[in-house]
Design a protein around this ligand. Structure first.
Ligand code: GLA
Length: 387
């Protein structure tokens, strides 16, 4: 891929005496711990082995030229004039990253960049976080910014929050920036302390199912859910000295949930508190190689996202239901923000082909949509791959 990208880069931008560098940032899949990163909870994502590439070369002036092999749109901007523009579409993500780096006091120069991504767009596998972290990492290298990786992760999230206007949590950028081959990351979103857990699946496979129901994060109900959680927190704060919903355990929640005088907010909070507990139990189960228990917790996570948090929808529910009917499925749930996008299932190796065949046909019969499946490998976080 990198050779082809460099040759396309040279076709597009021409030759120069400066070197072309190539960077890569993965997509991510979250195994459990959904919609709790912004509630100070634990999440358990991992990086995938597909993602976004960028070939990049510095320029002598202050111009930045963005292009991608995925879409026709090309955008040229002055590095000293970075503003969000609807018409600039996908380039607003990298522009946002440049802007937050500048706002932090860094001096950047012009460059030409050509991206290529193989994360299915709108699938909930973090194509936008991948693009952001990729851009942060390449700028760090190109302009010798000397920022550490976690800071680049935080700046990427900030770009999405303040420049693009999506109030996402830290999970996606963290997984993309900090992923480790064959490991999942247990991340405490309250403190950003993290720990790698070997993803030993005893021969079972991670199968990602794309419902092909696209989900737009910005115009979805994501920000509304965040608001409902904030509301629940405010009610609880009348009695409890807490800053985030996931600071309380299920027992404390049961004792004090009478304070939440809003039924919807109460259900959202219940999801958050119990999901956090499930993450802790799931990691323990994995460490004991108890995959069956891990799978049960994944299933319970999906049920809670469907019934209490209400972010699944008919496509995700249908895919999970069909997955659980197949013998050899150990667990299955939606992953990411929801409202469409992907499911993640753990499936015994010898059942993977049957799984894909059966779920594909029954899902299509139910929804009329043709799904796609990827048997996922867990890869490393973002970095330079050439030279
Ligand atoms: C999106 C957001 C993340 C996280 C998930 C839900 O992927 O970008 O921060 O909130 O949804 O777990």
């Amino acid at each position: 891929m990198q050779k082809e990208l460099v040759s396309k880069f040279l076709d597009l931008y021409g030759d120069s005496d400066k070197d072309v560098m190539v960077f890569f940032a993965p997509g991510r899949v979250n195994l459990i711990g959904e919609h709790i990163d912004y509630n100070g909870g634990y999440v358990f994502p991992c990086a995938l082995d597909f993602g976004t590439y960028a070939a990049v070369r510095r320029r002598e002036d202050d111009t930045v030229r963005f292009a991608t092999l995925n879409f026709d749109l090309k955008v040229e901007v002055d590095i000293n004039h970075l503003v969000y523009e609807e018409k600039d579409d996908w380039t607003n993500y990298p522009k946002g990253v440049l802007k937050v780096l500048q706002d932090k006091g860094h001096t950047l120069g012009g460059f030409d960049v050509l991206y290529y991504g193989n994360i299915p767009n709108g699938s909930g596998l973090s194509s936008s976080a991948s693009l952001e972290v990729l851009t942060a990492v390449l700028c760090n290298d190109l302009f010798a910014l000397n920022e550490n990786r976690v800071e680049l992760v935080k700046l990427s999230q900030k770009a999405e929050n303040v420049f693009v206007g999506v109030n996402c949590g830290i999970m996606d950028q963290f997984a993309v920036g900090m992923g480790k081959k064959d490991h999942a990351i247990l991340l405490d979103c309250n403190t950003l302390e993290y720990e790698y857990t070997p993803l030993v699946l005893n021969g079972a496979k991670l199968v990602i199912g794309n419902t092909k129901k696209r989900r737009g994060l910005a115009d979805s109900k994501y920000n509304e859910r965040r608001g409902e959680c904030d509301k629940a927190l405010e009610f609880l704060q009348k009695e409890l000295d807490i800053q985030a919903l996931c600071e309380i355990d299920p027992q404390t929640f049961e004792q004090y949930n009478y304070l939440i005088e809003d039924e919807t907010a109460k259900r959202r909070a219940e999801h958050a508190v119990y999901e956090n507990q499930r993450v802790k139990e799931a990691v323990q189960a994995l460490q004991k190689a108890d995959l069956e228990q891990f799978g049960k917790l994944m299933n319970a996570s999906h049920d809670s996202l469907r019934d209490l948090y209400e972010v699944t929808g008919i496509e995700l529910d249908a895919m999970v239901e069909e997955a659980l009917k197949v013998e050899g499925t150990i667990g299955s749930r939606m992953t990411g923000a929801g409202f469409g996008g992907c499911t993640v299932s753990i499936v015994e190796e010898e059942a993977v082909d049957t799984f894909i065949e059966k779920v594909a046909s029954s899902y299509e019969a139910r929804t009329g949509l043709q799904p796609e499946f990827y048997v996922a490998n867990v890869g490393d976080g973002a970095g330079r791959i050439l030279p």
